[in-house]
Design a protein around this ligand. Sequence first.
Ligand code: 5AD
Ligand code: SF4
Length: 494
Amino acid sequence: MNSMENTTLLFNDEMEKIIDAMDLSQEAPVEEPQRQYWFMKKARQLIKEQSEKLGRPLTANITTFGCQMNARDSEKLVGILERIGYVEVPDENADFVIYNTCTVRENANLRVYGRLGYLHSLKKKNPHMMIGLCGCMMQEPQVVEKLKKSYSFVNLIFGTHNIYKFAELVVSSLLSDRMIIDIWKDTDKIVEDLPVERKYPFKSGVNIMFGCNNFCSYCIVPYVRGRERSRNPKDIVREIERLVKDGVVEVMLLGQNVNSYGKNLDEPMTFAQLLTEIEKIEGLKRIRFMTSHPKDLSDELIEVMKNSKKICKHLHLPLQSGSSDILQKMNRRYDKEKYLNLVEKIRTAIPDISLTTDIIVGFPGETEEDFLETVDVVKKVRYDSAFTFIYSKRTGTPAAVMENQVSEDVVKDRFNRLLETVQTIGREMSARDTGKVMEVLVEEQNSQDKHLMTGRLSNNLLVHFEGDTSLIGQLCQVRLDECRGFYYMGTKVG
Ligand code: 5AD
Ligand code: SF4
């Protein structure tokens, strides 16, 4: 295996050869990713035996909750599942059902518990069905306790730090009747070269970093995703080059706080420098990224975005609150004035950029005046769209024990008022390109009207226009005829 040590990101057929060459009569190797290749071969054998007994292929289904980071993790899980012989099916009537969970807000957890009840009824009809739970919610000890006590029919529980071990965990589950639990508190490990099955052939998420060091006082992410670690820039560029060779034209660089990329590398590098390297990749047409923390957004990044031909004209810049008092309690490390100055700087450099944001309403201690500060920022910045959230108390975070938690009625009233403002402005902002001809990346056929294709503008808005499926994955020029709220109807030109 020595020849592999310095190569990263293998093509599928190369990986296949290595898996095939694994010797199951020997112990599993200790080194990663070789160890996982060994377990992939082992899993394949076990799954083949089961499927021969049943006289049909084994099926699997993954449901993903939460953010794009989880979506990318699920693509990795599907990549391994397909490689070991499962056939992916669209619903939970499957031999192996996996929920990749989110825990950023309480109702995400409640949804998972609700759906587990339904899975239990399916499992009663299909006794060899396996149920696996992974993702952020599993990193919370009280969740695992509850699952052990009240949901003993679950077969496999693992967390966010060890999904690379999925093949190994599947083998353990297939060989055991007990609930397999493998949760790590944190890791500094990044394992490259594992299979991934992309949802779209023409676009892909690319992890550039994992974890978060910011500890915003309301947020559970640093506790469940661990400390910040950046991937080596060479691995990132190599992955994107491979993706481009495989038909990808757009990448979404993923990290909880991409603006602090590279700080912990042996040879530190900034996010702006990474973008400059990625820009050079021939054949790559569009670059997106998320999420940007306002405190770390540099002048260098604004300059690179301004001069780039590939970076999309869209920035997601979470505000969370417009009140400097609340921002301080949130541990965001910027205030209202700094945020507005930053927006001003970005808009001066890149006037046609779309800005979107996240806002939390009802953080502990939020007064009507604080709330009005948030509305004021929304009116000043004029976001294209905003995700608005009702504050959700996450046990274990500093905000959960803060005084003056805001009552439900007050929060709901503020939330509705904010939504109204955000939507009115969003509609006006979205319509500003009506009549222009702009480039879209064609993504899919419209599910309601087969004559229509759906494409995405650089600024992330969707456009529906007449066309056929041969356009999927291509960049087309489309005239934006009419804006309907948050999307356009258009006509393909040329
Ligand atoms: N309550 C409500 N919203 C939250 N978010 C993170 N934690 C919480 C919480 N406890 C929101 C933030 C973040 C987005 C991904 O989720 O706005 O930017
Ligand atoms: Fe959570 Fe703040 Fe980190 Fe974002 S930056 S993941 S809100 S702690």
